[in-house]
Design a protein around this ligand. Structure first.
Ligand code: DX5
Ligand code: ZN
Length: 216
C-alpha cells in the first residue's frame, strides 16, 4: 500500500491557518489530519465545525478527521457535511461501534476506528473487515507533542495478525510522537499512514520534513 503522511493541524499556527493550508497543498502530504476534542473523552478541547468548514475552502488535500469525543454517532452527519473525507472515531467512546461505522458509511465517506494505547487491540477484531482504516494511538489522545510509546510496534503486529485472520486489508494509521527517528521503523512494520504534528509544523522546513518522512 502507498505511504501517506497526514500532518496534524493541532500543531499549526492558528493565527494563520490559511498559510499552513497552502503549505500542505504545496507539499507531498496526501491528507490533512484534524483533531477534534470534546473535553469529555479527552481532557483537552480543540476546535469544531467552523474551523473544519473554513479549512474545506482552502485545503485541497483529504481531510482526515479524528474525533476524540463521546457520542460520536450524534455528529457523523455534521462532520461529513463539514468536509471530512475520512472520519475516525474511538471504539472505546462508542456504545455501539457498528452503528457508528454504518452511519459514516451512509454518508459516503471513509470510515476509521481508533483506540488509545491502554485498550486491547483485540477489541477491534469485530470491525477490522468493516472499516477503511484502523488508527492505533501511539500516545494517549489529548495533546500534541507527547513522547511515542514504544509498545506500539507490538500492537501493530497484533493488529496485522487479526487482519490476516479476518482477511481484512484496511489501512493502518499511527498517531502521536511520530518523527524522523521512528518513521522508517513504522513503515517497515506495515503502517500505511503516519500522522505528524509537532515533527512537521515545528520543523524549520515543514514541506521538506514531509518529503523526508515519506522517503525514509
Ligand atoms: C493527539 C492527536 C494527535 C496529535 C499528534 O491526541 O490525536 O493527532 O496532534 O501530535 P504529535 O505528532 O505532535 O504527537
Ligand atoms: Zn489525531
Amino acid at each position: 500500500m502507498k505511504r501517506i503522511i497526514s500532518p496534524s493541524l493541532l500543531s499549526a499556527n492558528f493565527g494563520n491557518l490559511q498559510a499552513d493550508c497552502e503549505m500542505i497543498n504545496a507539499s507531498e502530504a496526501a491528507w490533512l489530519h484534524i483533531d477534534v476534542m470534546d473535553g469529555v473523552f479527552v481532557p483537552n478541547i480543540s476546535f469544531g465545525f467552523p474551523i473544519l468548514e473554513a479549512l474545506t475552502k482552502h485545503c485541497q488535500k483529504m481531510l482526515d478527521v479524528h474525533i476524540m469525543i463521546v457520542h460520536p454517532e450524534k455528529y457523523v452527519k455534521r462532520f461529513a457535511q463539514a468536509g471530512a473525507g475520512m472520519l475516525t472515531f474511538h471504539c472505546e467512546a462508542a456504545e455501539n461501534p457498528q452503528e457508528v461505522i454504518d452511519l459514516i458509511r451512509a454518508e459516503g465517506i471513509q470510515v476509521g476506528i481508533s483506540i488509545n494505547p491502554d485498550i486491547p487491540v483485540s477489541m477491534l477484531e469485530p470491525y477490522v473487515d468493516k472499516v477503511d482504516m484502523v488508527l492505533l494511538m501511539s500516545v494517549f489522545a489529548g495533546y500534541g507533542g507527547q513522547k511515542f510509546i514504544e509498545e506500539t510496534y507490538e500492537r501493530v503486529a497484533e493488529l496485522k495478525e487479526i487482519m490476516k485472520r479476518k482477511n481484512a486489508n484496511c489501512m493502518i494509521e499511527i498517531d502521536g510522537g511520530v518523527n524522523m527517528q521512528n518513521a522508517a521503523k513504522l513503515f517497515d512494520a506495515g503502517v500505511n499512514v503516519l500522522v505528524a504534528g509537532s515533527a512537521v509544523f515545528n520543523s524549520a522546513n515543514p514541506t521538506e520534513t514531509i518529503h523526508n518522512m515519506l522517503n525514509v
